[in-house]
Design a protein around this ligand. Structure first.
Ligand code: ATP
Length: 256
């Protein structure tokens, strides 16, 4: 990994790039994953590279769903495995969710490399290699494990493909998406849309889980019932607009 000085103004963003590039070198992340990361970076820039208030609300609701779920699953792709392997394992541990590898550019070798990578970060068992069930999709993200995503009631899908997100919702599952683009098909179709960088979102969710684990089922249900996903998406768009206005104002550029 290239050395990035800690005082570099874009330190966090550059480290993320290094991790994704390393993921490609390790055969965990696909080349196409680099492009997806680029799109994410652009949206993160627009939102101000911070967790906006409405994203923190969505993260709390996501945790409430994971804690009340009977069969929660966290779906892992090549980007998240490279960026946040330890956080995925920790979140699965404290919420009782299973981890399942699910890839758009699927190969047995890549699935196994990701499973081994998660195990090296402390995971026990990781699903995804069986592929003994199929969602009604024409691409390989439709291949899932019967005891995992196929029968899950709540699925966390960081960096998801819009088709599969819609399909999982159609199947009656609660789908929690983490996606920096508030307008992606994934964001617009998920039950809970977290417009935040996966690197921040997972750390926040781990923190919230530690707090909310003490809550009763009734209290968790109240958090869920008070939630409005459309409002959260609208708020993310507003946050982008306000951030751009502030930047323009700071530079003396008139906002028209
Ligand atoms: P959709 O099919 O939902 O419209 P898409 O085609 O725009 O999605 P994909 O390439 O399937 O996008 O997935 C990448 C998505 O993940 C993009 O919306 C991108 O903004 C988002 N993304 C990329 N990196 C991150 C990240 N580190 N954290 C959060 N979101 C990210």
């Amino acid at each position: 990994m290239t050395h990035i000085p800690k005082d570099h103004p874009r330190y966090a963003s550059l480290i993320t790039r290094e991790k994704i590039a390393e993921g490609v070198q390790m055969g965990i992340t696909s080349l196409q994953g680099l492009v997806a990361q680029g799109r994410g970076e652009a949206f993160d820039y627009l939102i101000g590279e911070r967790t906006i208030e409405s994203a923190a609300i969505a993260e709390r609701v996501a945790v409430a769903y994971l804690l009340v779920a009977k069969r929660p699953v966290i779906s892992v792709n090549g980007n998240t495995a490279a960026l946040v392997p330890g956080a995925l394992v920790s979140l699965a541990d404290i919420t009782g969710a299973k981890l399942e590898v699910n890839l758009f550019h699927r190969s047995d070798a890549r699935i196994h490399r990701i499973i081994e990578h998660l195990k090296a970060h402390g995971a026990g068992s990781v699903l995804g290699s069986r592929g003994d069930a199929r969602l009604d999709l024409s691409h390989e993200r439709g291949i899932v494990d019967k005891e995992g995503i196929y029968t899950a009631d709540v699925v966390l899908v960081p960096l998801e493909d819009g088709d599969r997100c819609q399909k999982l919702v159609e199947m009656g599952k609660i789908v929690i998406a983490i996606d920096l683009n508030p307008l992606s098909r994934t964001s617009l179709s998920a039950t809970v849309t977290i417009v935040d960088n996966v690197t921040r979102a997972l750390e926040n969710m781990i923190h919230f889980t530690k707090e909310m684990k003490k809550n009763s089922q009734k209290q968790l249900q109240e958090v869920i019932d008070s939630y409005d996903n459309k409002k959260v998406i609208a708020d993310a768009m507003y946050a982008i607009q306000e951030h751009l206005k502030n930047l323009a104002g700071r530079e003396g550029i008139e906002w028209i």
